[in-house]
Every structure is written in C-alpha cells, then in structure tokens.
Design a protein around this ligand. Structure first.
Ligand SMILES: [Zn+2]
Length: 122
C-alpha cells in the first residue's frame, strides 16, 4: 500500500500541472527520483501507477520513469565518502565508523513532467 500512496501523490502532482497548463492534451511522462533508503519497490510503484493513472484527468497516457538514487554517506569519524550497505551494517568500509551524514538516498521527488501540447497532434 506504501507504493499505491506514492503513486497517488505523483499523479496528483501531474494532474495539477496538467490543469494549470492551458492548451495541453495530457501528460506523456513523469520523471521521478527515488532514493534507495526510501524502501520503495519500483516494480510495485510502476504497477500501482499504471492502475491508478486512468483515475486522474490528463494522466491516462502518462508513463512513469523512475530512477533509483544510490545512497551516499560520509562516515562520522573521518568523513570518508561511502555507499552504506545493509550487509555491512551501514558502516564505513575504510574505518568501520557509522554514518555521520547521509548525502543522498532519501529522495522521493518529481523532477520532470512532459505534457502533450494541443498542436503536437492533429
Ligand atoms: Zn570512515
């Protein structure tokens, strides 16, 4: 259900954009980025999105393009930059220290919406 909630949120953003754009026929594509620490299953999200999109005006033909963002962190002890992994306890591979600061990996953002203009097709 987590993924369905996210799909609804994305579709709300797309439909708002569609309604706010005069002379658009509908949305063709929405690009999102998803941090790997958000625990979003992209396949489930895609499935939910495809099932829900006919319910939103202007979204019936909208494609979801999701890009997974790898988590990056700086370790607490020395500021080493590393990719935290579950199987290593999210520890720094250089010094074994814990995560000091997460640089990326928690995003969940719409980064682009492509609308079809009225004049594109006739
Ligand atoms: Zn370190």
């Amino acid at each position: 259900m987590h993924e369905a909630t996210i799909a609804h949120s994305i579709l709300e953003i797309v439909t708002d954009k569609y309604k706010a754009t005069p002379h658009s026929r509908g949305a063709l594509k929405v690009n999102i980025i998803v941090g790997e620490f958000r625990n979003v299953d992209l396949e489930s999200l895609q499935f939910a999105f495809d099932n829900l999109r006919p319910l939103y005006s202007g979204c019936a033909a909208c494609q979801l393009k999701a890009e997974l963002v790898e988590a990056k962190a700086l370790c607490l002890n020395h500021g080493h930059r590393f990719s935290p992994r579950y199987n290593t306890g999210f520890q720094c591979p250089d010094c074994g220290g814990p995560i000091g600061k997460l640089i990326c990996g928690e995003e969940l953002d719409v980064i682009g919406i492509t609308l079809e203009a009225e004049s594109d097709k006739q």
